[in-house]
Design a protein around this ligand. Structure first.
Ligand SMILES: *Cc1c(COP(=O)(O)O)cnc(C)c1O
Length: 499
């Protein structure tokens, strides 16, 4: 497809103004000199309809949650109600200046305060900070809180335990926080090996980070034992609750002894995830960790809301201003509109959806472990290897059925590492939509045996056909001419490139 600059025609305008409008005005009188470009800049000259068509066309090359099911495991790609976007765009919120005096932004502060209280109630902890801008950022905040807590107690602990089934950001955050990482392995059934945890947990260890459900979509049934082991050695227990749609309304991490919880508001709480948009990886802590929270937190005193300093033990500031306030606002609106029953229903629906997919597809895509799952299930394409088919080919073929492929080749630990497909059919998908996905998967399973070439060369119905895995990442094609230039290298014919 051509760039909009290449569609430019000299003298073509997208607007018209009365000719004499600028007659008596010298631009230099109106605009500061630093803002006036020197020399003529090349701008594209196109009409209004050219602009509309150009960008509408581009938008159609995309696949998003508004097009269809997006069962990307570990990402919670669900539909989020538009009403919450509308609220977040209200001028009184979106135009509030982050440095505005407290008394002029009481409403915004109240929302952050009340959201903190709602989340504390949902997860069973004492206090939230709204500062972290992403899940990984929340984890790092949690790790730094752990660090300050032990420094304050004059204990020099230098290790963090993370199971191999934890989300990849967990070990990364532990290392970013300056700790040595110790990985615990999973049992056959994909959950924490308690015996090994007990051997590794010692008084040099700040604590244990648990992703629950873990990255294979399984709830850990031994949380009570994990809690006892970690706390017996004075450690802290960290809950990665990025996928809270697997548990909220039914289970509160705080009640099971977790000291720190992080939530991805941009997954579960009504902010679309993906595409590089703003996020909020808020974290909540138990009473004993409040002094270490990042500063400031919103407090309510003398009938007013304040942005208050946390105190000398705080880990300091980790994000400017109010962090991603509109994400907080959407979460607040969503929680209130769902109500307690609605939130439990979300968990039930997402867990039932995932187990439904698992039950229907396990015959065709044999899972590494046979049992119930949480809000997502892991399947495998390993039975098709004998036909020369990899999970990658199955994912590519799904695109021909108009479905965004699930996460593949994740997680990485044995026995899950082989040809994995990780499917998350979130609560917003109807039975009909999920059935259509299941049907497509079953058809592909049959094609893998009868017509493997169809899979090996898929996708056939999409704009870009089978791209080279490595080159497609290293040499993104941003221009039609580039596409033409390297079409042979990429195995395209010119007809494949629709512009
Ligand atoms: C997505 C996810 C994260 C990381 O969140 P980001 O916002 O992408 O940094 C951490 N843990 C789990 C379990 C996740 O699913």
């Amino acid at each position: 497809m051509k760039l909009i600059f290449e569609k430019s025609v000299k003298g073509r305008d997208g607007y018209s103004l009365p000719k004499d409008l600028f007659e008596d005005i010298d631009i230099k009188d109106c605009v500061p000199s630093y803002a006036i470009a020197e020399g003529k800049k090349e701008l594209c000259e196109v009409s209004e309809v050219d602009v509309i068509r150009h960008f509408t066309k581009l938008s159609k090359f995309n696949y998003g949650i508004d097009d269809g099911i997006y069962p990307l495991g570990s990402c919670t790609m669900k539909y989020n109600p538009r009403i919450n976007e509308k609220l977040a765009s209200l001028d009184s919120f979106s135009c509030a200046h982050p440095l505005a005096p407290e008394e002029t932004v009481q409403g915004s502060l109240q929302i952050m305060y009340e959201l903190g209280n709602l989340l504390a109630e949902i997860t069973g902890v004492a206090q939230y900070t709204m500062a972290p801008a992403a899940g990984a950022h929340g984890e790092l905040t949690g790790i730094l809180i752990m660090r300050n807590y032990f420094i304050d107690r004059n204990e020099s602990r230098h290790k963090v335990l993370v199971p191999d089934s934890g989300h990849g950001t967990n070990p990364a955050s532990a290392i970013m926080g300056g700790f040595e990482l110790v990985e615990t392995r999973s049992n056959e059934d994909g959950t924490v090996d308690i015996q090994q945890l007990a051997e590794l947990m010692d008084e040099d260890t700040v604590g244990f980070m648990l992703t629950n459900p873990n990255t294979v979509g399984l709830y850990d049934p031994k949380i009570d034992e994990i809690q006892r082991i970690v706390h017996a050695k004075g450690g802290l227990l960290y809950y990665d609750g990025a996928n809270l749609n697997a548990s909220f309304g039914l289970f509160r991490p705080g009640d099971s002894g977790f000291d720190i919880v992080h939530l991805n508001l941009h997954k579960t709480f009504s902010t679309p995830h993906g595409g590089g948009g703003p996020g909020a990886g808020v974290i909540g802590v138990k009473e004993h960790l409040i002094p270490y929270l990042p500063t400031p937190i919103v407090t309510f005193e003398d009938n007013k809301y304040h942005l208050s300093d946390v105190g000398p033990k705080s880990i300091g500031k980790i994000r400017a201003f109010w962090s991603n306030f509109t994400v907080l606002l959407k979460s607040y609106a969503w929680i209130l509109s769902m109500g307690a029953d609605g939130l439990s229903e979300v968990t039930r629906a997402s867990v039932i959806n995932a187990n439904y997919v698992l039950a229907k597809l396990k015959k065709y895509y044999r899972p590494a472990y046979d049992g119930y799952c949480g809000h997502e299930c892991t399947l495998t394409g390993r039975d098709y290897k004998e036909y020369g088919i990899k999970t990658l080919d199955i994912a590519k073929r799904l695109m021909d059925y108009g479905v965004h492929p699930p996460t593949i080749y994740f997680p990485h630990f044995e026995p899950y590492a082989e040809e994995t497909l990780m499917v998350e059919p979130p609560e917003s998908e109807s039975k009909e939509t999920i059935d259509a996905f299941i049907d497509a998967m079953i058809k592909i399973a049959a094609e893998a045996k009868t017509d493997p070439d169809l899979l090996l060369t898929a996708p056939h119905n999409t704009r870009i056909k089978r791209a080279d895995d490595v080159l497609a990442v290293k040499r993104p094609i941003l221009h039609y001419d580039d596409e033409l230039k390297i079409k042979d290298e990429l195995g395209y014919t010119e007809a494949d490139i629709d512009f």
